[in-house]
Ligand binder design. Structure first.
Ligand code: ATP
Length: 326
């Protein structure tokens, strides 16, 4: 959708996955039930897009991604990634993609970081020149050489995830799937990881598919948001469009003089605004479809002694919370 005339790098059509769950009732009998994890999902992803895949626990995100990476075979529908059917051409597909799980590592714990990089170089048959170029690029952005001679088991969680992401980029994949990459990490390392992903995306045009429950991460990194709910795709659009469409609410927070409380309350009720207050701090919500924000702000300033005013529009988090609870 960034550049519609370019061919999609991922094309998913009417994808569905049903799991068969066998439950033993007694020694002789068992019962098989079906779990429809993904139903009739279709979308296309274009080279260089950063797409946030979100949804509640158990919504079907991982199952969809597992079909895109070739780990699972769909029950029906099709999925094409870089011109390949991932579950039919797993080895070929693996050369074009990388998968990073925040909770798990693809590195060998007993080897050093350097040895893990060299091992993957051999597995993906990366040439010496490309290896050097990529290691230098990753050093520039992620300072991986600091841990070069460390055994993986001695790394902290943050250092390990950072190194895992760097390692995932060593064969210059076209697509990188990240599943909760920054879970449990402190704000500094999280920021470093997200900035590096942004840079890699810009410089190398790597397509990024990110699954996370951290909507701040989505807000910072993603161009586009796909929401999955009970196995179905319920939202797919550019992040900016989502903000534009749904952020018609504006919250104004300010401090006021307590003796003006009653007059202020009358003003707010007359304007039919929603409000909350605690001590001398007031928060009012303006629905821009129904109320004129400029007029209200100007009247507030002229009629009351207002201090420290903040105007906040809805964030991706507010909007998604609204969509989830609909
Ligand atoms: N191998 C499996 N066998 C049976 N059911 C499964 C299997 N894998 C997933 N499911 C079920 O399919 C549904 C979707 O699971 P999935 O892991 O795709 O959700 P998710 O959106 O990734 O959730 P989370 O955010 O918790 O990781 C859930 O009800 C889950 O219990």
């Amino acid at each position: 959708m960034k550049v519609p005339e370019i061919k999609p790098v991922i094309s998913v059509k009417n994808l569905a996955k049903t799991f068969l769950i066998k439950k033993r009732l007694n020694f002789f009998k068992s019962e098989t039930t079906e779990k429809l994890a993904v139903q009739d999902i279709s979308f296309e992803i274009f080279p260089g897009e950063i797409v946030g895949f979100i949804g509640k626990n158990g919504a079907g995100k991982s199952t969809t991604i597992k079909m895109m990476t070739g780990i699972l075979t769909p029950t029906s529908g099709t999925c094409e990634v870089g011109g390949l059917i991932p579950y039919q051409a797993r080895t070929e597909n693996a050369k074009n993609i990388s998968v990073v799980f925040g909770q798990r590592t693809q590195m060998n714990w007993d080897l050093t970081v350097e040895d893990n990089f060299k091992l993957l170089k051999e597995i993906y048959a990366v040439s010496d020149d490309n290896f050097e170029r990529q290691v230098n690029l990753l050093e520039e952005h992620m300072e991986i050489k600091k841990f070069w001679n460390c055994q993986v088991r001695s790394l902290s969680l943050g250092q390990r995830v950072l190194t895992d992401i760097a390692l995932a980029l060593i064969h210059s994949p076209k697509i990188i799937y990240l599943d909760e990459p920054t879970i449990g990490l402190d704000i500094l390392i999280k920021d470093k990881i997200l900035r590096t992903l942004q840079l890699i995306n810009k410089q190398e045009n790597v397509t990024i598919i990110l699954t996370t429950h951290d909507l701040g991460e989505i807000e910072m990194l993603c161009d586009r948001i796909i929401i999955i709910e009970e196995g179905q795709l319920i939202y797919d659009d550019q992040k900016d469009k989502m903000l534009e469409t749904f952020s018609n609410e504006l919250t104004i927070q300010f401090e006021f003089e307590l003796e003006e409380l009653e007059a202020l309350r009358q003003f707010i009720e007359l304007k039919k605004l929603e409000y909350q207050f605690e001590h001398e701090k007031m928060s009012i919500t303006i629905d821009q479809d129904k109320q004129n924000e400029k007029e209200i702000l100007s009247e507030l300033y002229h009629q009351f002694s207002i201090n420290k005013m903040d105007v906040c529009r809805a964030s991706v988090e507010d909007i998604v919370r609204g969509i989830y609870t609909k």
